[in-house]
Design a protein around this ligand. Structure first.
Ligand code: PRX
Length: 669
């Protein structure tokens, strides 16, 4: 990161105080919390997190640093995540709704699944996985499931057995899924025949078949594909079921109806799941999360930052295929005994009132979404929320920076001026929130995530490792001084990459066992105000944040290079009114090939096929040559300035300065 790239000019926003009605009922209003979670009390303060869980065997060591920077939390403890999210609530809440499932077709009834029903379904699914498939603790299973209740049910069934799930976002291509199957060495894929999106029942099983083929080519055989059906008994995919390999889950679970599977007592440091995310190199990394640390962290955050009480109806509109959904649709809310909403489809289909109609019908009082969804809803129906009779006490924004103006619409129009808002900054790697206000204690500041949550101590470093003090007004790399229980354990099978990516820049002694020597580098640029509030500016690595989703530029570029004609490819983040940023792709061709519209479409389709539709570039610019330094490095910064109609700066030192003006005319004309 270079500070030069970030001219930091903005006005400090005014504080907005949480409504007294919210504060009066909030779970956390004790201001001594920050003192209790000061670094002086680290790591023992995190006992409070672990104590929110039911343990089969209590832990003896809060934090073990002997394998730094692979931190071990709550060592000696044993527990089961599925038990904590389901079984332990049965005494008090068995007839309470655990999951509200809102199907996209509005004439299909909403499903209200009680904790008792969830318990039954998780058990029979676990029975299939254990007794029919033969899975056992430590095995990996890839899930490629969309937003239906079968996704959390399958995750919890895996967790019950100690099986490690690796859910791949349903919008990713079969190829992307196949690569993740291969990396995680899964012998089983769990998918579904189809699901709804924007009025269409999409064929999903075809992706599963492709994924298995891709994995096989890479050297990983899949023995079984387990296929849920969107409508049990009625198969909706064009992909054939392969005998001896493919099985319908709804048929299998019938054979295990009523079967109870004892939750496997797992070590706190066992692995709960893998979640692949994009980084600076082409290969996605399998972020590995623990059972005890992760679950305690998301439970505490759900209770105190999301302010979930068991009587609340909580709706996080993310997809469970991303970390937000894992932590804050499934594990956190269910561990906190909430009623959590699972929503199929997109927010603005069939119309801009859909979200608010659901909020009214289900009496949702906690709402959680991304700036992109807020911008979309604001554009499609700025006056819609007022037409519906719902009442949010609390709202969250997550995934990308939110413009103060968009924040104000969220606050005034969606929240009707009555809800507390938290802007939560965190990452796949961090398991749960890093920066956010505590909603019942601290004022909100539009566009700023807030200070570290209790127990998290952020700091901003310049490139040389000097601390940039709060209020200096300079941007730098945001780091966290201390480890925390929700933090990833490592990158699956790649400890070196874990150490170099997150600690390579600021650790000075690789042999140190002292956590103070290992500040965690998040990969974001940020500024800290004098009050300690952190404003996130964006990624400092080759990652593009599209609609709150992380995409690696290298992944998109490699996809473009699969097209025969393409010689070089460079992706940059172009500003977008709705999605924050979107990929813009520049390519140059091998000698003898001509640019054409058809070729641009072919390249764009290659990106969709290899990565997924979400990565499809806004435009494909076929340019005569890439702007390059004398050493041959493509100057992406110049391409980004052209796409964003900014100043390209001084280009005279390039190897080919003339091409810059040619590209500018081509792109901006
Ligand atoms: O750049 C930051 C941005 O999203 C990145 C993490 O992406 P991912 O691992 O997919 O997780 C997204 C959901 C937690 C971060 O490095 N980001 C996340 N939350 C915010 C944010 N940027 C600004 N404000 C946020 N609240």
């Amino acid at each position: 990161m270079s500070e030069k790239h970030y001219a930091v000019h903005w006005q400090e926003e005014e504080y907005i105080y949480p409504p007294p009605s919210f504060v009066g009922q909030a779970n956390l209003t004790d201001p001594s919390i920050f003192e209790r979670f000061s670094l002086d009390n680290f790591p023992e303060c995190f006992k409070e997190f672990a104590d929110l869980l039911d343990w089969d065997q209590y832990w003896h060591t809060t934090l073990d640093t002997s394998d730094a920077p692979c931190w071990k939390w709550f060592v000696g403890g044993k527990l089961n995540a599925s038990y904590n999210c389901v079984d332990r609530h049965l005494d008090k809440y068995k007839n309470k709704t655990a999951i509200h499932f809102v199907p996209e077709p509005e004439d299909e009834p909403i499903v209200h699944m009680t904790y008792q029903e969830l318990y039954r379904r998780v058990n029979e699914t676990a029975a299939v996985l254990r007794d029919f498939v033969g899975l056992k603790a430590g095995d990996r299973v890839t899930l490629h499931l969309p937003m239906t209740p079968e996704l959390p049910i399958t995750m919890l069934a895996c967790a019950r057995l100690g099986v490690i799930h690796s859910q791949v976002f349903a919008g990713f291509s079969g190829q992307a899924c196949g690569e993740r199957i291969w990396d995680s060495e899964s012998r089983v894929l769990i998918t579904i025949d189809g699901y709804y999106r924007s009025g269409k029942l999409l064929d999903h099983k075809v992706n599963g078949d492709q994924a298995v083929e891709v994995a096989k080519k890479l050297g990983q055989d899949v023995d079984k594909i387990l296929v849920w059906r969107r409508y049990p008994g009625k198969y909706s995919s064009a992909a054939p079921m392969v005998e001896g390999r493919d099985y319908f889950m709804d048929d299998l679970v019938k054979q295990y109806r009523g079967k109870i599977v004892q939750p496997v007592s797992m070590p706190a440091e066992g692995i709960l799941f893998l979640m692949y995310t994009s980084g600076s190199t082409g290969r996605p990394k399998g972020v590995q999360h623990s059972i005890g640390g992760y679950l305690s962290y998301v439970t505490w955050m759900s209770k105190n930052i999301q302010d979930i009480h068991p009587e609340d109806v909580y709706w996080c509109m993310a997809d469970i295929g991303w970390i937000t959904g894992h932590s804050f649709i499934v594990y956190g809310p269910l561990s906190a005994a909430a009623s959590t909403v699972i929503f199929e489809g997109v927010p603005t289909y069939p119309d801009a009132g859909r979200v608010w109609r659901i909020a009214e019908e289900l009496d949702v009082n906690i709402f959680h979404t991304s700036p992109t969804a807020i911008r979309q809803l604001r554009k499609a129906g700025p006056d819609e929320p007022a037409k519906y009779n719902y009442d949010f006490k609390h709202m969250t924004t997550v995934g990308e920076p939110i413009e103060p103006e968009v924040w104000r619409w969220y606050y005034n129009v969606v929240g009707k001026g009555r809800a507390a808002i938290v802007d939560t900054w965190w990452q796949t790697e961090t398991g749960g929130f890093l920066c956010s206000t505590v909603p019942g204690l601290s004022p909100m500041k539009p566009g700023s995530a807030g200070p570290g949550v209790p127990g998290i101590h952020p700091v901003i470093f310049d490139d040389e490792g000097n601390e940039i003090k709060p209020g200096e007004g300079k941007a730098g790399n945001v780091c966290i001084r201390n480890p925390w229980p929700g933090q990833m354990q490592t990158i699956w099978k790649d400890r070196d990459r874990y150490v170099s990516t997150y600690y390579g820049k600021y650790n000075k002694d690789p042999n140190s066992k002292d956590w103070r020597d290992w500040p965690y580098m998040a990969g974001d640029a940020a500024v800290m105000s004098s009050d300690g509030y952190v404003r996130i500016l964006g990624r400092v690595d080759d990652v593009i944040n599209v609609a709150g989703h992380r995409l690696g530029t290298k992944e998109i570029e490699s996809a473009a290079l699969t097209v025969e004609e393409v010689a070089e490819a460079a992706v940059i983040a172009a500003k977008d009114e709705i999605k924050g940023t979107v990929p813009d792709l520049y390519v140059s061709l091998k000698p003898g090939y001509e640019a054409s519209q058809e070729l641009a479409v072919k390249i764009s389709q290659a990106v969709s096929t290899v990565v997924g539709k979400i990565a499809r570039p806004r435009s494909v610019h076929i340019v005569p040559d890439m702007p390059k330094t004398r050493s041959g490095k493509i100057m992406r910064r110049i391409l980004a300035s052209i796409s964003n109609r900014g100043d390209v700066g001084d280009v005279t030192s390039l190897a080919n300065p003339d091409v810059v003006e040619q590209i500018r005319r081509q792109v901006q004309s």
